[in-house]
Ligand binder design. Structure first.
Ligand code: NAP
Ligand code: F7E
Length: 373
């Protein structure tokens, strides 16, 4: 049975990749951060008690900033494949915490690759680096391919460029089977809620049900090549099954603006996006990536990989799932609205006070703003 180690297993891609590898019969080990609140929601449906015979998913505490734990895990587990997906992955946030992003998104690659060497696994374990189209930044060519020069536009993009070249260097210097997947934006109902697609589908569906009334966004002109995360993890796996390691662009070869995404999402709910979307400069970036569109011809030719979900189907998939979520939220709000009044002993009451009324939580939530990016 093949054994895989995944960093970032609790993230969007980690959860889809875990499903894929378990379905292929792998034993899967994932690194999770210790947190004061639960952070395993995306993989809870896959987890079962490790004492149960036949369990094939195991979780280990660790942090990408801690090389000691990474060495220990590689040494103990002797994995056949490592998928390095963990990162501070939010581009706007990387401008606020550039040093941390450099550490966790960039330097973590060297921590893992060195762990492979220290554990004597450099010629045995195959390594996948989650590289990003953000490395193309101010694009030098349209569409972007594996040979398009990088021009990153954020601390996140710079950190990914470092990790990209480090992966290439360990391949050349030490013969590690190390591959870069240069993945363009990929989304799903499991996408973090502060990335623009999910921010839009969450808000649009909540607006439809009267749970919210507006959505604040930044730059609507930016264009992205958006695919489906479930398709993209298949490409990661295929890269590590090749005889030779290499670097691949994974994209749909279609591009759409944030404005088009809004139009499509709201219109699926019979709403006009212009009635609800407002502008807030806080969601703009000090330097923006205006246009991304990838050419996945090499992945098609060598890996036999094709994207199956395209723009309209992706938006629909996300809207359908978020509508179900919003309906559950509405049902919960209605249930708490209909709560019977609190019993008199529930709160201290002045002897001459009028009869107590139940405190009813408001169904209306603030517009998507606050610390959201
Ligand atoms: P994501 O949902 O943000 O997940 C990031 C994962 O990294 C989470 O599991 C997170 O743990 C973990 N993580 C963050 N900091 C950590 C630390 N210090 N120690 C240990 N774990 C840490 O990202 P994603 O969308 O799945 O993307 C996966 C990878 O692909 C990332 O490297 C991202 O940069 C890259 N990428 C993504 C896209 C895309 O469009 N999605 C495109 C190209 C490349 P918590 O759950 O505890 O936060
Ligand atoms: O922004 C614009 C924003 O945050 C997309 C990460 O997975 O993909 C992702 O990075 C566009 C940008 O993704 C809002 O300015 C407008 O132009 O969804 P995003 P991203 O920055 O492209 C790459 C490939 C990765 O590797 C990253 O890890 O949308 N935009 N208004 C907004 N973006 C956000 N987040 N919030 C807004 O309100």
């Amino acid at each position: 049975m093949k054994r895989a180690l995944i960093t970032g297993i609790t993230g969007q891609d980690g959860s889809y990749l875990t499903e894929l590898l378990l379905a292929k019969g792998y034993e899967v080990h994932g690194v999770i951060r210790r947190s004061s609140s639960f952070n395993t929601g995306r993989i809870d449906h896959l987890y079962c008690d490790p004492h149960v015979r036949g369990s094939r998913l195991f979780l280990h505490f660790g942090d990408l900033a801690d090389s000691v734990q990474m060495i220990q895990l590689v040494y103990e587990l002797q994995p056949d494949e490592i998928y390095h997906l963990g990162a501070q992955s939010h581009v706007r946030v990387s401008f606020d915490i550039p040093e941390y992003t450099g550490d966790v998104t960039g330097l973590s690659a060297v921590r893992i690759l060195e762990a492979l060497r220290k554990a004597g696994r450099d010629r045995k374990t195959r390594f996948y680096q989650a590289s990003s189209s953000e490395m193309f930044g101010r694009v030098q060519e349209v569409p972007q391919t594996e040979s398009t020069p990088f021009w990153p536009r954020s601390p996140y993009g710079c950190a990914k460029v470092y990790a990209f070249w480090l992966t290439v260097n360990y391949r050349e210097a030490y013969g590690v089977h190390a591959s870069n997947g240069i993945l363009f934006n990929h989304e799903s109902p499991r996408r973090g809620e502060t990335f623009v697609t999910r921010k839009i589908t969450r808000a649009a569906t909540r607006i439809k049900l009267g749970l919210e009334n507006s959505l604040y966004l930044g730059n609507l002109d930016a264009k992205r090549d958006w695919g489906f995360a479930g398709d993209y993890v298949e490409a990661m796996w295929r890269m590590l099954q090749q005889d030779e390691p290499d670097d691949y662009v994974i994209a749909t070869n279609e591009t759409h603006s944030v404005r088009e995404f809004c139009e499509e999402a709201f219109s699926l709910l019979d709403l006009d996006w212009q009635d609800y979307v407002k502008h807030d400069t806080r969601y703009e970036r000090p330097s923006e990536v205006d246009l991304l569109i990838g050419n996945p011809a090499k992945a098609r030719r060598v890996l036999g990989w094709e994207p199956r979900v395209h723009f309209k189907d992706l938006v629909k998939l996300m809207i359908d799932e978020d509508l179900k979520l919003a309906m559950r939220e509405l049902a919960m709000a209605q249930a708490s609205d209909s709560l019977t009044p609190l019993p008199p002993h529930a709160a201290p009451v002045a002897p001459d006070a009028p009869p107590a009324k139940a405190r009813r939580p408001s169904r209306r939530q603030p517009a998507r703003g606050g610390t959201r990016r």
